[in-house]
Structure formats: structure tokens, C-alpha cells
Design a binder for this molecule. Structure first.
Ligand code: NAD
Ligand code: UD1
Length: 338
């Protein structure tokens, strides 16, 4: 198939592009490089041995986007592009609403105008807010606690309306749990700007000596050891979930919502231990206050992904830690050229 990947130079988009190309799909990337680097495209091409058409344009520019559709045959779109930093979204809500919402509206309008109706959207487990029971099923109620999460929820609702408006639309909303890890080559991985907000990149930067110690946000939660529990999923497994969603997109109902997680929760302390074992590196850490907005526990019920898409995660926490460490060791400064 001919697939347009928005945000294809980003963390999840680049890993998904590799899996798509390896499966024989033809990929066109659109990315404004606001949170990524051109070098990613070179690395994708090195890893796959194939060239990938890339447009470094902004989805906010509808005319430029339309040209991409006019100049390329597109069967389906995987829409990763968007801003994702929760803390920044609280400080700069308009930046998040205008980028995440307007880019999605532009994309859907241009898709309709060009008769392309297959869309996979990157949503997040953050839309479940503070669930009362576990594992989390797609049928659970949703609630946003910050502008980033609200932008995901609003987009989900817009896409639901769109799917009701015209039976041609086939839309899959994928709700990711906590993506970590990197491609086995160690050539592409997660490259956060500044000090990482998320656990795994923080741990790898402590391990490589860029940061001194990890702050563990609270050890008084009602969990196995008091630290927060999450469903970490290897980014390559996550990428493969998109291929399965693509294969099934036309057979599915007009709109499907699917969790992508492993179904297993690990506490912060368990992740530190697994990382130490996989890397042979000692991680200094200290317990600090809870991070405002954090939930104690989050893990998926991935049954629907298996039943509807025939997908399940294959990699375990050891694979995730090993591959995150491999990427960090090979690229201590991320994509920054030496
Ligand atoms: P990322 O920041 O690495 O990738 C997003 C890409 O989109 C970047 O390359 C950025 O340059 C590009 N982009 C942003 N705005 C754009 C615009 N207006 N026009 C063109 N390109 C634009 O993020 P990621 O981790 O790969 O996440 C991909 C998607 O998955 C995002 O929508 C994110 O919200 C969602 N998601 C991510 C996580 C996670 O933990 N990484 C979890 C749940 C959901
Ligand atoms: C964060 C986002 C969430 C987003 C998800 C995936 C917040 C509040 N939530 O979720 O919206 O969908 O990433 O990108 O930012 N931790 C530490 N020390 C650290 C970093 C994290 O102890 O330096 C702990 C956290 O308290 C949590 C766990 O590690 O228990 C995972 O944190 P993180 O990687 O930031 O992911 P989430 O909090 O699940």
C-alpha cells in the first residue's frame, strides 16, 4: 500500500516507517522537524536499504499538504504528528490546541478532497484519566486532566463525528500505553529535547552519565512497592500494531478504538532493576514527592487488539531496557551530529 506517515521523522513514526518499508509498503513522510531531525530519514534509509519520500512541511499549511496528495498516490494515512509534552501543554495550551487540532482538521479536509478515507490516529492511554479498575478496556470512560490529553480526546471525538458523516471513512484510534525501547540496530530511538520528562529516557541518561540521579516520583502509592505502575511497550511492537491496524482497516467497522499495550504493569523500581540487569549499569536514584497529575497505576487490557487486529506485544521489559540502552550508548547526544 501507499502510506502517508505524518510525523514520520519522530520517535514512533520512524520506527513504524521501518516496519512498513520492510513489509513492502511505499511510505511518504510529512514532518516539519519541530521535534525531530533530518538525520532520521538517512538512518531509516540505511536500515531498510530503500528510499523514503519526505516532505519537510507543516501540516498547518494546507496548500503544501494538498500538493503532497496531488503528487503521490496515497491509500492510507497514519497520523503521528503532534506535540506531546504534558507539562508544556499546561503552560502553553494554545500551542497544543492549535497544532494538534488544526493539523488534524487540515489533514482530514485534504484527505476528503483527495478521496483518501483510511486513517489511523495516535491516541494515548492518557484519555482514560484516572481509571477505577484494571486492566483498562477501550469501553472505560474517558477524561482529560491536561491540555495535551484534552487535545487527544477532542480529536478522537472529531474523528468519531467524521466517521458518522460518511460511510467511506475507515478510522482506527490507537491508544498507546508507554512506548519505550528502540530499533535493534541502535540507529534510531527516542531523542527528547532537554531533560527527559519520561522515565526510560531519564534512566538511560543517568546510565550514560549525562544526568546524576533519577528522581523517583513517590513511593507511597497503593502499588506493589509504592512506586507508580505503567504498561511499558516496546516501540517496535507498537510499530507492528500499526501494520496490523492497516491490514484490518477496511474490514473493520467505520471506527475502531484499540489499546496498544502489553497488559502487564511494572513499577518504577521494577523498571530500574530490569534496566540495571539488562545494561550492567548502576542507576542512582532518590525518592522525591509525587509528580502532580500522576496516577498510581495504568495498564491495558490488550484483548481487543488481539481479537480485532491479530496483534499482541512480543517483547518483554528486558528487551525494552536492552534496546533503550543500546540506542543511548550509541547516540549519547541523540541525533545531534558530532
Ligand atoms: P515525536 O515528537 O517524536 O513525533 C512527532 C513528530 O511530529 C515530530 O517529528 C514532529 O516534528 C512532528 N510534528 C509535530 N507537529 C507537526 C506539524 N504541525 N506538522 C508536521 N509535523 C509535525 O512524538 P512520538 O513519541 O513519536 O509520538 C507520536 C504520536 O503518538 C503523537 O501524536 C503523540 O501524542 C502520540 N503518543 C505518544 C506517546 C509517547 O509516549 N511517545 C504516547 C501516547 C501517544
Ligand atoms: C506520561 C504523560 C502521559 C503520556 C505518557 C506517554 C505525564 C503526567 N503524563 O505518562 O500523558 O501519555 O507519558 O508519553 O507526564 N517517573 C519517575 N521519575 C521520572 C519520570 C517518571 O519516577 O523522572 C515515574 C512516573 O511517576 C510514573 C512512571 O515513572 O510512575 C512513568 O512516567 P512517564 O514515563 O513520565 O509516563 P506516564 O506518567 O505514564
Amino acid at each position: 500500500m501507499d502510506i502517508l506517515v505524518t510525523g514520520g521523522a519522530g520517535y514512533i513514526g520512524s520506527h513504524t516507517t521501518i516496519e512498513l518499508v520492510n513489509e513492502g509498503h511505499n511510505v511518504v513522510i510529512v514532518d516539519n522537524l519541530s521535534n525531530s531531525n533530518k538525520l532520521v530519514i538517512d538512518r531509516i534509509e540505511e536500515i531498510t536499504g530503500k528510499s523514503v519520500t519526505s516532505y519537510f512541511i507543516d501540516l498547518l499549511n494546507k496548500d503544501e499538504l494538498d500538493k503532497v496528495f496531488k503528487n503521490n498516490h496515497i491509500d492510507a494515512v497514519i497520523h503521528f504528528a503532534g506535540f506531546k509534552a504534558v507539562g508544556e501543554s499546561v503552560a502553553l495550551p494554545l500551542k497544543y490546541y492549535s497544532n494538534n487540532l488544526v493539523s488534524t482538521l487540515n489533514l482530514c479536509e485534504v484527505m476528503e478532497e483527495n478521496d483518501v478515507y483510511n486513517l489511523i490516529f495516535s491516541s494515548s492511554a492518557t484519555v482514560y484519566g484516572k481509571p477505577e479498575s484494571f486492566p483498562i478496556k477501550e469501553t472505560f470512560s474517558t477524561k482529560a486532566y491536561n491540555p495535551y490529553g484534552r487535545s487527544k480526546l477532542i480529536i478522537e471525538e472529531i474523528l468519531m463525528d467524521l466517521s458518522h458523516s460518511n460511510e467511506k471513512w475507515n478510522i482506527t484510534l490507537l491508544r498507546y500505553f508507554n512506548p519505550v525501547g528502540a530499533h535493534a540496530s541502535g540507529e534510531i530511538g527516542e531523542d527528547p529535547n532537554g531533560t527527559p520528562n519520561n522515565l526510560m529516557p531519564y534512566i538511560t541518561q543517568v546510565a550514560v552519565g549525562k544526568l546524576q540521579e533519577l528522581n523517583v516520583f513517590g513511593d507511597d502509592y497503593d502499588t506493589v512497592d509504592g512506586t507508580g505502575v505503567r504498561d511499558y511497550i516496546h516501540v517496535v511492537d507498537l510499530a507492528k500494531g500499526h501494520l496490523k491496524a492497516l491490514e484490518n482497516i477496511e474490514a473493520n467497522d467505520r471506527l475502531e478504538i484499540v489499546n496498544l499495550g502489553t497488559g502487564e504493569g511494572y513499577s518504577v523500581k521494577q523498571v530500574i532493576e530490569a534496566f540495571q540487569e539488562a545494561s550492567g549499569q548502576h542507576i542512582n536514584y532518590k525518592i522525591v514527592d509525587r509528580r502532580p497529575g500522576d496516577v498510581a497505576t495504568s495498564y491495558a487490557d490488550p484483548t481487543k487488539a488481539y481479537e480485532k487486529l491479530g496483534w499482541k506485544a512480543e517483547k518483554d521489559i528486558n528487551d525494552m531496557c536492552r534496546d533503550s540502552w543500546n540506542w543511548q550508548q550509541k547516540n549519547p547526544n541523540g541525533y545531534e551530529e558530532k
